[in-house]
Design a protein. Structure first.
Length: 189
């Protein structure tokens, strides 16, 4: 009994000692980790300003401040697929979510880009339905897999739709009237 007590005391003492050493090491590691993390943060920050600078170098220097300010208020890009469906012929899939609807509302930061792809069985031409306009590239998506990009330099609510053409091939049967695709893009200030 007595011996056990002593052993226990010795053990406690050792634990205390090694515990202190461990704490000292842990504190050292902590300081080191904090240094590494702030370095990483600095690198990420400088990368971000680099990409903003690249945008400015593209000939839109006035956009630089807008991009910097609005990155926190909306994503810089979104992707919408036009998919073929039996009911209504075509529908939209936003950012590969798999939730299909002929209407989509997306949020973007100013300077943001919408990537469109037409996987329907007919051509679609992307147009602004009303309201403010933005830059359309490749609006006439005339084959399966055709892509278009829309860049939104300024804040606002944009309404896009498509003008559908004739099926590439005969014999594609669908039910109900063809859907009208409506895309609302809310660009943050
Ligand atoms: Cu269609």
């Amino acid at each position: 009994m007595k011996n056990e007590q002593t052993d226990q005391e010795q053990f406690d003492e050792q634990v205390n000692k090694s515990g202190k050493v461990f704490l000292e090491i842990a504190a050292g590691v902590g300081v080191f980790a904090a240094l590494i993390m702030s370095l990483v943060a600095l690198m990420v920050a400088s990368n971000n300003s680099n990409s903003s600078a690249a945008t400015a170098a593209n000939g839109q220097p006035d956009r630089l401040s807008t991009v910097g300010r609005s990155l926190a208020t909306g994503p810089p890009s979104a992707t919408i697929m036009i998919d073929h469906v039996t009911r209504g012929c075509h529908t939209l899939d936003v950012n590969g979510s798999g939730r299909l609807s002929p209407r989509a509302t997306i949020h973007l930061a100013a300077g943001g880009v919408l990537h469109m792809q037409n996987n329907d069985v007919m051509p679609h031409t992307l147009v602004f339905a009303r309201g403010p306009q933005a830059t359309l590239v490749g609006a006439a998506m005339g084959h399966m897999g055709a892509k278009s990009t829309v860049t939104f330099p300024a804040a606002g609510t944009y309404s896009l739709t498509t003008k559908a053409g004739e099926d590439y091939m005969k014999g594609v049967t669908t039910t109900g009237p063809d859907n009208t695709l409506r895309i609302k893009v809310i660009v943050a200030a």
